[in-house]
Design a protein around this ligand. Structure first.
Ligand code: WTA
Length: 632
């Protein structure tokens, strides 16, 4: 297979080669074009990229009143039609390649024609179960083709999907089903994880105990065949307004309750289509493997909608990237001619542990573009990725975005660059990000501060928090959308993301709320209070550490166990410290900042304003020589 060289060194950084500039969809002049009139820019993209049933009203592509805004309102379309039906002129091209975890199971290739059938049959099944436009359907499924088919079926009939990460615990699933008011839950009997059968059905049954909800259960043994039977029920795509909801996706915020981020049809379709095209050069014939689970926004946008809207092929892998050998991911890239590989720094750090031993065995000539997402990528990992997987031919595109933005909002497109290790790059054309202070005042270049988006807001930005309009308001600081991240911008407009500015932590790329973990721990009998903070970890980026004040001696496992039960294994604290007292301000606020500093062995700063400064000394000493947890 012919290999492409997309990138070359330029001083300390990297820039696109002439080939990359030529074959990439986004050309250098695009920023200037977009800046002339951002609304007109998006309007042109919307017309070119998406099939509309009816256009939006002339001159009203963007409307905003306070924090509420709308894109393409009045325009009519169907997201599923755009992702599936419109590719039926080339029915045999591959839409999905499903790679099972078990080595002896064969991969399943699903063409657009077959996907069309699966989606229609799934839509018929939903209708049969009473699902109507505007109803919420919860999806609790592993990475199988049926997951995508049911998501697409929902948007086909105007139902709102709410996918819940399959590693979440029954308690976490229950909370989300209840908050969303879901009518139907779609799950599977089992899936494979590190070669072992995991029962999803059992967890789903536990989660739905006593709830009035219908269930559709997909047998793992029928993957690829469950919806692809002989019968075929055509279901007409529902005519949706651009501002009708497409889906909700729960994510962690700074309070204990997860929030259902609301995404609408038109803006999401337009941003998804174009971000996939401009950032990954997605088109027919390209194969993307986005390793994110479908339960996260990355899976939604770049494993499902982005590739399918562009008529590309998406690889779905059921299992763990390093199972059964550390070379599994390389084998999958190799065997499926993957051209775009999109993963998280935490996975890369895992791969890099083995140095170049495994990557050196593979040429990986099919690769063109590498992506990174979910947390800041450090320079060392970036260079490892570039050298060993990209073979110094492919750019590493660090992509910054959030569940709330729906699509990538900051990055360096492959034909434009520059690719600077540890910098995410510029705001996507047509989108504007600035750095502001705590009062919402714009800061000059090179100053660290809060990352904010400037209106007109991006088409796929969050439209609301499901059932909680008050919480939606907390996203805005003055006229800006507040991302919740610290960042700075250099003189060229390249943005470097410095990590969260709030109590959200990214553990192995998974977004978790410390408040949610604290709630779980504080629910235990005997716990007085708890504070969870993050600590840097060589592999997982950050890990949660719990400080617990309890009425009587407790075992660490009990604390870890309750977090596992209430949220899931991903949130388990890496360490629990039982403390006499937690550092607090006079108004009773726990000083997590102080705990974080102590864990990092840094100066905790001024502690004299605390009501109990002695607690800091106690904890500091304890961290130096942690006592073993008391035995019962
Ligand atoms: C972090 C994931 C640095 C950030 C798509 C953001 C990043 C949060 C990057 C959203 C990146 C994501 N560099 N940090 N390239 N990408 N983040 O909602 O803190 O799961 O606010 O969406 O991940 O996480 P979420």
């Amino acid at each position: 297979m012919k290999s492409y060289t997309y990138v070359e060194k330029s001083g300390k950084n990297f820039k696109p080669t002439a080939t990359a500039q030529e074959v990439s969809f986004a050309k250098k002049d695009i920023y200037a074009k977009a800046d002339k009139n951002r609304i007109a820019f998006w309007e042109d993209l919307a017309k070119e990229g998406i099939d509309w049933i009816e256009p939006w009203e002339n001159g009203k592509a963007y409307q905003q009143k306070g924090n509420s805004f709308a894109w393409f309102k009045g325009g009519k379309l169907n997201l599923c039609y755009n992702a599936v039906d419109r590719h039926l002129n080339k029915p045999e091209k591959s839409a999905i390649v499903f790679v099972p975890e078990l080595m002896h199971e064969k991969k399943i290739v699903i063409s657009y024609k077959e996907l069309f059938k699966m989606v229609n049959n799934a839509a018929a099944m939903l209708k049969y179960n009473g699902v109507k436009k505007g109803d919420v359907v919860s999806i609790y499924l592993p990475m199988i083709p049926e997951t995508l088919a049911f998501m697409l079926a929902c948007v086909r009939i105007g139902a709102i999907h709410g996918v819940v990460f399959s590693a979440f615990s029954p308690d976490a699933l229950r909370t989300r089903i209840k908050d969303a008011g879901a009518k139907v839950l779609i799950t599977s009997d089992i899936y494979y994880r590190r070669g072992k059968k995991e029962s999803l059905k059992k967890k789903a049954n536990k989660a739905t105990r006593g709830l009035r909800i219908k269930k559709i259960i997909i047998p793992r043994a029928k993957v690829g065949k469950f919806l692809n039977q002989d019968h075929f029920n055509y279901i007409q795509p529902e005519v949706m307004d651009a501002e009708d909801l497409a889906f909700i996706l729960y994510t962690s915020g700074t309070t204990g309750k997860p929030k259902g981020v609301m995404h609408t049809t038109g803006g999401y379709a337009v941003s998804t289509y174009w971000s996939a095209k401009y950032i990954f050069n997605m088109q027919e014939g390209e194969t993307i493997w986005c390793t994110a689970d479908i339960g996260w926004v990355t899976g939604h946008t770049y494993a499902c909608y982005g590739p399918l809207l562009n008529g590309a092929t998406t690889v779905l892998f059921e299992g763990m990237l390093d199972y059964p050998t550390p070379a599994r991911y390389l084998q999958i890239i190799n065997d499926n001619d993957v051209s775009i590989f999109y993963t998280a720094p935490t996975a890369l750090r895992l791969f890099a542990q083995h140095g170049n031993k495994y990557p050196n065995k593979y040429k990986l000539n099919s690769l063109k573009i590498l992506g990174s997402v979910g947390e800041p990528i450090d320079e060392k990992t970036w260079l490892w990725y570039y050298t060993n997987i990209g073979k110094k031919r492919c750019p590493v595109i660090d992509t910054y975005w959030q569940t709330e933005t729906g699509t990538i909002v900051i990055c360096s497109p492959p034909g434009i660059g520059p690719f600077i290790p540890s910098y995410a790059g510029k705001a996507f054309p047509g989108i504007d990000y600035e750095i502001a202070d705590e009062k919402g005042k714009k800061l000059p270049l090179e100053k660290k501060g809060l990352l904010v988006q400037v209106p007109p807001f991006s088409p796929s930005l969050i439209r609301g928090v499901w059932g909680d309009p008050k919480r939606y308001k907390t996203y805005f600081i003055g006229k800006y959308y507040l991302a919740g991240d610290n960042a700075f911008k250099d003189a060229q407009g390249n943005i470097r993301i410095l990590g969260r500015s709030d109590d959200v932590i990214k553990v192995a790329g998974h977004r978790l709320s410390t408040a949610e973990m604290e709630n779980a721990i504080e629910g235990l009998l005997g716990v007085v209070e708890a504070a969870v903070v993050s600590k840097s970890d060589a592999l997982r980026g950050k890990v949660p550490i719990a400080f617990v004040k309890s009425r009587w001696p407790m075992k660490e496992e009990k604390i870890v166990g309750i977090v596992n039960k209430k949220i899931g294994p991903i949130a388990k604290p890496a360490k629990v410290y039982f403390v006499k007292d937690l550092p607090k301000t006079r108004s009773g606020k726990i000083m997590r900042r102080v705990l974080k500093a102590l864990l990092a062995n840094e100066d905790p700063g001024n502690i004299m304003t605390l009501v109990n400064p002695e607690s800091v000394k106690d904890i500091g000493e304890m961290l130096k020589s942690p006592p073993s947890p008391p035995k019962k």
